[in-house]
Design a protein around this ligand. Sequence first.
Ligand code: AHR
Length: 330
Amino acid sequence: MKGINRARTGLAGAVATFTILALAACGGGGSDTAGDGGDTGDGGSDLIRVGFSQLGAESGWRTANTESVKESLSADNGFDLTFVDAQQKQENQIKALRDFVAQDVDVIAFSPVIETGWDEVLQEIKDSGIPVVLVDRTVDTTVDDPFVTWIGADFKAEGTTAGEWVAENAPDAKIFELQGTLGSGAQVDREEGFGEVVGDQIIGKASGNFTRAEGKTAVEAALQAYPDMTMIFTHNDDMGLGAIEAIEAAGKVPGKDIQIVSVDGVRDGLQALVDKKFNFVVECNPVFGDQLAELITKVADGEDVPKETIVIDKAFDQTITQADVDARAY
Ligand code: AHR
C-alpha cells in the first residue's frame, strides 16, 4: 500500500442500522485518475486511495452522478480517485475491480450494472481485505457480508410512487412498461413496486436498457404490438425522451394520446413535464457525492457506518414551472 495505513477490517466498520439522509441538490469511457496521488516525497500519501467503477454513461442521471462523485472525491477533499467507466458491461466492471485489488487501493466503490454475477470477484476483494462501498445499485451474491455499506435510492418506493399516481389519476390506462437494464436493481425493484399497485393495468413490457436510443426502438415496436396502449411507465427519463420521439413519429401526441410516467427528474425530463409531454416524474437523486465521500472516509478509517443510506426522492407533476426546470442543477 502506497498511502497511510488505512483500516483493512472489511466489515468491522459496519453496523446494521438504517439511516435516511436528506440530500441538498448540488452535481466517456475508460479510466482516469482524478487525484495526483498526493505524494509526500517519502513514498507515502495522506490521500485516501479509492477505486471507483462506474457502470456507464447511459443516461443524464448517470452523467450527473459521475460529476457529483468526481467533484466530491477530489484531491482537494483528500482522495486519490481512480475512476473507470464500464460502458454498461459487467466484464469491464469485473476487470476494473480486479485492477483495484492489484493496485491495493484503500477502498473499492462500485455501481453494479446488474445484481448477479459478482460472487467470484467479491470473494477475491474480500480475501484482499479491501473494504467495498456499494453505490446506487445493489448486488445479489452468495458471498457473506460482501460490502461494508451501500448508498442509493429506494427503487421499489419509486415504482410504488409512480403506481400510486397512476391508480389515482389514470385508473383505466393501458400501460406499456419500458424497463431499464434487465437484471439491474433499478429495473427489478421499480417494476416490483409499480406492479404491486397497478400490475393489472400493464399490457406489455420491454427493455430500453436505460438509454434514449433503445427506449425509442422499444416504443416503436410497442406501438405496433400494443396499438391500444394509453400510457408508458418508463424506468428512466432518457428512455421516456426516446419514447416521445417514437410517439410523435407515429403521429400521436405524447402526454395526451399516450401519457408518460417516468423516473429520474433530470432537467430534460422535467422540461418534458413542463411541455406536457411527460405526465408525472418520480425523482431519483444522483447528487450524493458528498455523502459518499463521508462514508468512504469513515470506512477507510475503520469507523462505524450505517449499513444503508437511502437517498431521499421527490416527485413532480405538471404543476412544475419553467423556473423550477431552469433552476435544476442537472
Ligand atoms: O440506477 C439508477 C438508474 O440508472 C437511473 O434511474 C437511470 O437513469 C440510470 O441509468
